[in-house]
Design a protein around this ligand. Structure first.
Ligand SMILES: [Zn+2]
Length: 274
């Protein structure tokens, strides 16, 4: 497993027009992906976690999380949950050494508590900023602190404490997460506090996981980012436009781009190959 594999943890139904400017009004199933990658030295690494039943079930959930789940109505795909996929590879949750947390939205952190031995590679600055917010501000930022393990702070490795590097493909500067050049963090601000993507420069084809820079790759390539409700989620519109340009340039260099939610990128979901 030298290239990362991506799987759908759940799907959310939404009109295509919500995720692609000029798209149809008909509904599409939008996947909620996470990744699994085998690091040569550290072993299994997860890239975010997708949704789990911590979002959709449980009386102990806060009212705001219950509402969030009721509004979005994610349908979980148990067969390709992180734990189920690890089992398929003969691995247990305790084998996961690191989880790269690209940002703190609920669909990226929902299962962090399932991996008791993992260290978390995330933006420490974003975590500190979110932790200091009022409940209202947290909700405005799509952050449900109840989803984080109680010892998150102790297990956090801030990405900006990793060696900084000049990224190839005009991607600017970033961080070498494992100090071996295998997986580089690519700051892609605009979508959420601390949002970053990941570059595997030595994958079989250079691969950029551009996370939530956009919903649909077509919107990046054809400059069709949706306006309206989907645009409201941006934390910084100007920064989001600059990030989108970076990703488009990378695709122009022939790199492969994977997004968390693209419903049309069937090559990104490894479950088809299982
Ligand atoms: Zn997000």
């Amino acid at each position: 497993m030298s290239d990362p594999l991506f799987f759908s943890s759940a799907v959310v139904r939404a009109p295509e027009r919500l995720v692609l400017r000029g798209g149809r009004w008909s509904f599409v199933d939008i996947p909620v992906r996470y990744g699994l990658w085998q690091h040569r030295q550290f072993g299994p690494v997860l890239i975010d976690t997708g949704y789990t039943s911590r979002i959709t079930e449980g009386r102990e959930r806060s009212l705001s999380l219950k509402l969030y789940s009721a509004i979005l109505g994610p349908r979980l795909i148990e067969a390709t949950s992180p734990v189920a996929n690890l089992r398929r590879y003969g691995l247990a949750p305790t084998d996961v050494s690191h989880i790269i947390v690209t940002h703190f939205h609920a669909d990226h952190i929902a299962a962090l508590a399932d991996f008791p031995k993992a260290r978390f590679l995330a933006s420490g600055a974003a975590y500190e900023a979110l932790s200091g917010m009022t409940l209202r501000q947290k909700l405005h930022n799509g952050f449900f602190s109840e989803l984080l393990p109680a010892d998150f702070r102790e297990r956090l490795i801030s990405i900006d404490a990793r060696p900084s590097v000049t990224l190839p493909y005009d991607l600017g500067s970033g961080y070498d997460l494992f100090a071996d050049g295998s997986c580089l963090a690519v700051p892609l601000p605009g979508h959420a506090l601390g949002h970053f993507g990941l570059l595997w420069p030595n994958a079989s084809r250079p691969l950029l996981y551009a996370t939530d820079t956009q919903w649909v790759l077509q919107a990046i390539i054809e400059d069709r980012a949706p306006s309206g409700p989907a645009g409201l989620i941006y934390s910084d519109r100007n920064a989001a436009a600059a990030s989108l340009k970076k990703v488009r340039q990378f695709a122009g260099h022939g790199g492969r781009v994977v997004l968390c939610h693209d419903p049309y990128d069937h090559t990104a979901c490894a479950e088809a190959a299982q």
